[in-house]
Design a protein around this ligand. Structure first.
Ligand code: 5AD
Ligand code: SF4
Length: 446
């Protein structure tokens, strides 16, 4: 049997990271693959791409150009391109990079071992960027992990078609994983010491599993209730949710499930109703504020983070300043912001983009200044408070223990005995923009 050594490079979101970890599980199981961090040592090279922003295609060919020479020296090497750029560009990739062996999409990576086998046998490239329903999830082997926090995909794809977004075209329509599989995966993780689960999906709160024949249904709140009953799962996070599906039911569940963290990433994108409507976001600023207010009624200390797109076609200075006002009004914590990037084939890419790149950059710069001030404010407020940290490991940078607080801040501290995998009480003594330094107090009971 061939000595398979896999090198995998991942770009993009947490879901791509999760997909890559599943590719590794599948390749280990079916091809007995060893994983290598050195591309020179590998005979299978996989690039898991992202196309949400920037010049994704250029970045792809740049990377492939570097791998071309490796293949020239060793024609046995298999190169596979997956993820959203592969899904979007398909066969076109071969026109510029004829030496690629496999092109696969986000819904077909579970077929990689078979594809590799066929490429080796028939010496011909293969493309599979189809969207087979649910099949992928069924082929995930149970994960082995040493981590204390783990991602779990619960749904994938999107039916919203925001006018700027490529995701519905690259990841396909919404598919909800059967809840029994999700529960099985989380139980398996918890048995291995995982205490924090981070649920993933393009719109987790539109999770909707339906088996009409068996009359078996499950929505997001029901799923959360089930997960909260799994032994040893002490923290539940989820990304990304959409304001349109943030129902009162979901808001009220914050009363009943203490494991749900008081930190929520809920992208608003813009503080201008006119721009939200052009983006086809399906809510207005007031509706967004109502959701946050209701949540704050239940959890007064909940911290909210968001995503913003700056310089969407026709965004005026007034629209932009409305966005800044919203950040201050709802007192947002650390958030992400991006300059609008026209994505091929999306409705927004046909709108007149009348804002100069310099103006966009200036707006982004100003917005990020405000976001930074907000982040600093929340971090400073934590000084001298006692926080519970789930300890993930020892940092290679400073040799200190590190872990996350409930509000997603990384905390560093020293301790004279091993506390990895435990929830610990620490006192925050210093704050940097995104991380905090603390004094260890004790290991939490239970
Ligand atoms: N241009 C800029 N930002 C985008 N995002 C999605 N599509 C685009 C685009 N075309 C941002 C949104 C989304 C985040 C994941 O990426 O803010 O919430
Ligand atoms: Fe893209 Fe909008 Fe779907 Fe989010 S909700 S993945 S931004 S189309």
């Amino acid at each position: 049997m061939l000595n398979n050594k896999l090198y995998i490079k991942t770009w993009g979101c947490q879901m791509n990271e999760y997909d890559s970890s599943k590719i590794i599980d599948i390749m280990k199981k079916e091809l007995n693959c060893k994983i290598t961090k050195s591309v020179q040592n590998a005979n299978i090279l996989i690039l898991n791409t992202c196309s949400i922003r920037e010049k994704a295609q250029e970045k792809l060919f740049h990377q492939l150009g570097r791998w071309k020479n490796l293949k020239k020296n060793n024609p046995e090497i298999i190169i596979g391109v997956g993820g959203c750029v592969a899904s979007q560009e398909g066969e076109k990739i071969l026109k510029r990079a004829y030496y690629i062996d496999i092109i696969f999409g986000p819904q077909t990576f579970h077929r990689l071992p078979k594809m590799i086998y066929k490429v080796r046998k028939f010496k011909k490239y293969l493309i599979d960027i189809s969207f087979p329903k649910i099949e992928k999830f069924k082929s995930f082997p149970l994960t082995k992990t040493k981590n204390v926090s783990s991602f779990v995909t619960i749904m994938e794809g999107c039916n919203k078609y925001c006018t700027y977004c490529i995701v519905p075209y690259t990841r396909g329509k919404e598919i909800s994983r059967p809840y029994k599989d999700i529960i099985l995966e989380i139980k398996n993780l918890s048995l291995q010491g995982v205490k924090e689960i981070h649920l993933l999906g393009q719109n987790v709160n539109s999770y909707n599993y339906r088996n009409i024949i068996k009359q078996d249904y499950c929505n997001f709140t029901k799923l959360l209730k089930m997960i909260s009953k799994i032994k040893n799962i002490k923290r539940i996070r989820f990304t990304t949710s959409h304001p349109q599906n943030f129902s009162d039911d979901l808001i009220n569940i914050y009363k009943k499930i203490p494991q749900l963290v008081s930190f929520l990433h809920l992208p608003v994108q813009s503080g201008s109703d006119r721009i939200l409507s052009l983006m086809k976001r399906r809510y207005n600023v007031n509706e967004y504020i109502q959701i946050i207010n209701k949540l704050k009624n239940i959890r007064p200390n909940i911290q909210i983070s968001s995503d913003f797109i700056i310089g969407f076609p026709s965004e005026t200075k007034k629209d932009f300043y409305d966005t800044i006002s919203l950040i201050l009004d709802i007192d947002l914590d650390m958030s992400f912001s991006f300059i609008y990037s026209a994505r091929p084939g999306t409705p927004a890419s046909k709108m007149k983009d009348n804002i100069s790149i310099n103006e966009k950059k200036e707006r982004l710069h100003l917005l990020q200044y405000y976001l930074k001030q907000q982040t600093k404010k929340f971090s400073l407020k934590m000084i001298n408070t006692i926080q519970i940290v789930l300890v993930e490991g020892i940092s290679t940078q400073n040799n200190q223990y590190f872990g996350k607080t409930e509000n997603n801040r990384t905390v560093f501290f020293t301790n004279d005995y091993n506390c990895i995998g435990e929830f610990v009480n620490v006192k925050i003594i210093d704050s940097y923009l995104y991380s905090l330094y603390a004094k260890f107090i004790s290991v939490c009971k239970n």
